[in-house]
Design a protein around this ligand. Structure first.
Ligand code: AGP
Length: 609
């Protein structure tokens, strides 16, 4: 949560920092602020609410100079307000921070005793005061920052500038993401790659415990203790246009429509013409270790957890290894039975989710290996895992995850296939038909997108309800959960996902003529039972929205609305049925006039526990 940006170089900092913050607004939008240095003096502009408010402030009171730092906030300590907005200034030392300083109350007491007066309720403000205090003693900006970082406990990515040494910008990282962009005679630093993409694709990924000191023409990376480090920049393949709306009304809609391409990119290079296998030998885990696995834990949060639930079906079916699926925030508190014969598979779009990172650490501490399915290259989760399967969804900006989810499903399919082959459990004939289906997947997703107009129309009749129920069975139950989550997140309508067979054990009491029930019923071995659930809903006056495939077109009489996706092998059907879930939530949210890309209270990347 929270996004930070810094710039040092010959250009005016404000437009560059502001543009970077726009690319990071998905990380939080409770308040925003920028600070620059001009003629040796620090100036700060801050505003409560979204960046647009800061832009208005800047239009009235422009900010010139460089270097500059900026922040977009997701509130943790202190309510969203202008006073609590970053940057925080103490005696000319100005800081932006992403993370949580756990010992801030103790430090605040100490600083108060030394005469410091605080103007905000945040944990961050103590950083500025600590640097000021240490500077008094040592008279050196860099040394003061290092001493400050030794004092604080918790997670941080910080960027700091000061009046005392106006030609410097110092950034550091511990537990929160931070990337350096190397331009021509200028430097950028930000929480995430898209903030800098329109200026450079040469990025240096900082590790925990690293400090970088920028001057206008040089940068020096070192450990907190001061040992110099040589880190080579990596060239990022994402293009700036990938982080633009590209004519779509919302990022979410653009990202829904990008799925055929994102899925094709995730498959590319992993299956090859004329070969009947999956190529994942580069994931970083030895085949012998994978062959000997006794158990797999799949651990994730939110939408990625829903992908994990589908992954269990795939891995157990094709590799015949028992799989347990855990919500990351629960995993390490239940003392999981991790050994050197278990694999923990963590799934994360951002690669920065604090709970998932903690689960990863828990597995490592217990001596287990970790494989990540991750979208953001060189993110913390990707780097800390023993192996990675990257999804190639490209930057996902909409807070509600769409293309990241379907590409995670594809990555899980590839991994289950690979494991199945390695362990000799996958029948060659079944394998061949699975790969044929995989090749056809992007085209079939395109066909699903043709449902857009019908779903937009259906949304008009559904937007006024208070609650929704989503039902699915087997590998469609996670899609029911995902459909309900999408609707909740962006339309603020209460929705629940249930295994269809559980309806009669409780949720059936909710059914009346006000309650739409989205039933996911593709043609598979449980379709008849799910069709019976539809009749039970109808018999009680409920409104059924059925999502089915061509092979199951016979459901027409059992539902008010039938949305038909193409047929495909059952293992890949969750990818196709996800598309109407996404479009339905999207259109209901648009009709309700909510902020689709930045729904209230949420942030894209949840970097606090
Ligand atoms: C999805 O729409 C959500 N915004 C959220 O549940 C998300 O999937 C979750 O926070 C996990 O994020 P990650 O995949 O980046 O780890």
């Amino acid at each position: 949560m929270c996004g930070i940006v810094g710039y040092i170089g010959p250009q005016e900092a404000t437009p560059i920092v502001l543009e970077g913050l726009k690319r990071l607004e998905y990380r939080g939008y409770d308040s925003a602020g920028i600070a620059t240095i001009s003629q040796g003096k620090v100036s700060v502009r801050r505003a409560e609410g979204k960046l647009i408010n800061l832009e208005k402030t800047l239009a009235e009171r422009p900010l010139v100079g460089q270097p500059g730092i900026g922040h977009t906030r997701w509130a943790t300590h202190g309510r969203p307000s202008e006073t609590n907005a970053h940057p925080h200034n103490a005696g000319g030392f100005v800081v932006v921070h992403n993370g949580i300083i756990e010992n801030y109350l103790d430090l605040k007491d100490l600083l108060r005793e030394q005469g410091h007066v605080f103007s905000s309720e945040t944990d961050t403000e103590i950083i500025a005061h600590l640097v000021e205090e240490h500077y008094k003693a040592c008279g050196d900006f860099e040394a003061a920052v290092r001493k400050t970082l030794e004092d604080v406990r918790g997670a941080y990515a910080v960027a700091i500038i000061c009046e005392q040494e106006p030609g410097k910008l110092i950034a550091a990282k511990q537990g929160s993401p931070l990337v350096v962009g190397k331009g021509q005679g200028e430097f950028f630093v930000a929480s995430d790659i898209p903030a800098m993409l329109s200026h450079t694709r040469e990025m240096v990924f900082l590790d925990d415990g690293e400090v970088v000191v920028f001057t206008a023409d040089a940068m020096a990376i070192s450990t907190l203790a001061g040992t110099p480090l040589e880190k080579k920049p990596k060239t990022i393949t994402w293009s700036p246009v990938m982080a633009e709306k590209d004519g779509y009304r919302h990022f979410m809609l653009k990202e829904i429509y990008e799925q055929p391409r994102a899925i094709a990119d995730t498959i590319a290079g992993r299956i090859r013409n004329g070969h009947s296998g999956v190529f994942l030998a580069d994931i970083g885990l030895a085949d012998d270790y994978l062959k000997g696995l006794e158990r797999v834990y799949i651990v994730a949060c939110g939408t990625s957890w829903h992908a994990a639930l589908v992954g269990k079906f795939l891995i157990e079916k094709h590799a015949r290894i028992p799989v347990e699926v855990d919500i990351a925030s629960e995993f390490r508190y239940r003392n999981p039975l991790v050994t050197d014969r278990t694999l923990t598979l963590v799934i994360s779009q951002s690669g920065e989710t604090a709970d998932t990172l903690a689960a990863l650490q828990e597995s490592h501490d217990k001596g287990g290996k970790v494989l990540a399915i991750c979208n953001v290259v060189e993110s913390s989760i990707a780097r800390k895992s023993d192996g990675v399967i990257y999804t190639h969804a490209g930057p996902e900006i909409g807070v509600a995850s769409t293309k990241a989810f379907t590409t995670q499903l594809v990555a899980l399919f590839l991994f289950a296939f690979y494991l199945g082959r390695l362990r000799g459990n996958l029948d060659p004939e079944v394998g061949r038909s699975m790969l044929e289906a995989l090749v056809s997947l992007p085209r079939k997703v395109e066909e699903c997108l043709e449902l857009n107009a019908a779903i937009e129309e259906a949304a008009q009749g559904l937007m006024h309800v208070r609650d929704f129920l989503y039902l699915g069975r087997g590998n469609q139950y996670p899609i029911a959960l995902e459909g309900a989550l999408k609707l909740k997140e962006i339309s603020y309508i209460h929705a629940e996902g249930y295994p269809a067979g559980e309806m009669k054990h409780g949720p059936i009491a909710l059914i009346d003529e006000q309650l739409p029930v989205v039933v996911i019923a593709p043609h598979n071995e449980t379709m008849d039972k799910v069709a019976a659930n539809m009749e039970e809903v109808q018999a009680r006056g409920g409104r059924v929205v059925a999502v089915t495939d061509r092979a199951a077109a016979g459901l027409a009489g059992k539902a008010e609305i039938v949305l038909t996706v193409p047929s495909i092998v059952d293992d890949l059907m969750p990818v196709l049925t996800s598309i109407p879930m996404q479009l339905l939530a999207y259109h209901i949210a648009v009709l309700k006039g909510t902020d689709v890309d930045q729904p209230r209270n949420l942030a894209k990347s949840v970097t606090v526990e």
